[in-house]
Design a protein around this ligand. Structure first.
Ligand code: ZN
Ligand code: ZN
Ligand code: ZN
Length: 384
């Protein structure tokens, strides 16, 4: 970390766990369970459980779950050997009942006994299918559905603390992008560069590296290409799309394009179009506008310039405790944007010999878009 980066890291406000995961959230969730016409939701470890309690529980074959009944107090079920971990987690500070089960007990029977008579129960989208089937067998009278829709509305509208956490994640990945020019050199492989970037993602404050895409030359035209042993050549554009998870639980995701030496003219031609398209989509963001209109704002610019067939994917995805979550910025999504929604704006053009994508995370404010990623969006030409 250089001095500037250290200063900016130190000056960031600390978002407290209580601010991020407020105790009253469980009440909001219980209300949502009732509104959805459900008797209860059962949340195993994953983003929903963390959203409701702050508990970053690990997913294993031993059942851990938060049960939120519509008409009763919520309770957390944990294996006995993880009781201390659960109590020490933010969930332990919520005044929540924590019930533990011994190795020889059947935790599904325990949950079922507490939910006797329930007719409609939703389980976390991330619950293992094997567990969902065991719960179904333990609750033969209940119809089981996926709980994603119940928490969707709540999770989509970020609180001030969540936006601050996303801003810190954005600043952290921006610091990584600022050192990428030192790592990219003709003669190095994508994998070598990717390893250095992964190290930097951790050094700049993330607790995990979620993905490192280094797409040089033709690999840049494959949007989800990650890393390969391809040697980066002179005059080649390189798409660098990177992200990780912060200690807060919130994710970063940003793409910039670099060129090792001067890139070909046909690349520069469409990169200028892409730059305008990304800008147009960011400018289209405001409450009441549909995600499909934001998608069209980017797509129209690209199509008008004759590159429409090379824009292979939607314009963006929501982001928060997951890198990909609602709202999706895609044709067909007509649910209007609202203040607090956070998502990527990442149009791309992929003709084949090379490709490009520019990606920022933005938050919808009362009047427009607030960018979480602030590094320059111009092509970075490296003298490497
Ligand atoms: Zn993607
Ligand atoms: Zn990305
Ligand atoms: Zn993305």
């Amino acid at each position: 970390m250089d001095n500037d980066a250290r200063d900016s890291a130190a000056s960031e406000n600390v978002v407290t766990t209580t601010a991020l995961y407020p105790p009253e959230r469980i009440t909001r969730v219980r209300e949502a369970v009732g509104r959805a016409g459900l008797d209860a939701v059962v949340l195993t470890p994953g983003p929903d459980l963390r959203y409701v309690t702050g508990y970053d529980a690990h997913l294993s074959e031993r059942l851990t779950c938060l049960v939120v009944p519509a008409q009763d107090e919520a309770f957390l079920v944990t294996p006995r050997l993880e009781l201390a971990v659960a109590e020490a987690s933010p969930a332990g500070g919520l005044g929540l009942e924590i019930t533990s089960w011994q190795e020889t007990e059947d935790p599904f029977a325990l949950v079922a006994a507490r939910l006797a008579g329930a007719a409609r129960v939703a389980v976390a989208d991330h619950m293992w299918a094997a567990m969902a089937f065991r719960l179904r067998d333990a609750l033969p009278g209940a119809a089981l559905t996926a709980a994603g829709g119940v928490l969707r509305e709540l999770r989509m509208r970020k609180s001030g603390a969540e936006i601050e956490a996303l801003r810190q994640a954005g600043a952290a990945i921006d610091r990584v992008h600022r050192i990428v020019p030192q790592l990219l050199k003709a003669g190095r492989t994508e994998a070598e560069v990717g390893r250095d970037i992964a190290e930097a993602i951790l050094a700049e404050g993330h607790v995990s590296v979620d993905f490192t895409i280094v797409g040089s030359g033709p690999n840049g035209a494959s949007p989800h290409h990650e890393l390969s042993d391809r040697v980066i050549g002179r005059g080649e554009p390189v798409v660098v799309d990177i992200g990780g998870t912060m200690p807060s639980g919130y994710c970063s995701d940003s793409t910039r394009v670099y060129s090792v030496g001067q890139p070909p003219q046909d690349f520069l031609d469409y990169y200028a179009v892409l730059r305008d398209a990304q800008e147009a989509a960011v400018e289209a963001v405001r409450p009441g506008v549909t995600p499909e209109a934001v998608d069209a704002a980017a797509r129209d610019v690209i199509a008008a310039a004759g590159y429409g067939e090379y824009f292979l994917h939607r314009t963006g995805h929501g982001i928060g405790l997951e890198t990909h979550e609602h709202p999706y910025i895609v044709e067909g999504n007509t649910e209007p944007l609202a203040e607090g929604m956070a998502f990527s704006i990442e149009p791309g053009i992929y003709p084949g010999a090379h490709g490009a994508r520019i990606e920022d995370i933005v938050v919808c404010t009362g009047t427009g878009a607030d960018r979480m990623n602030l590094t320059p969006r111009d092509l970075v030409v490296i003298d490497g």
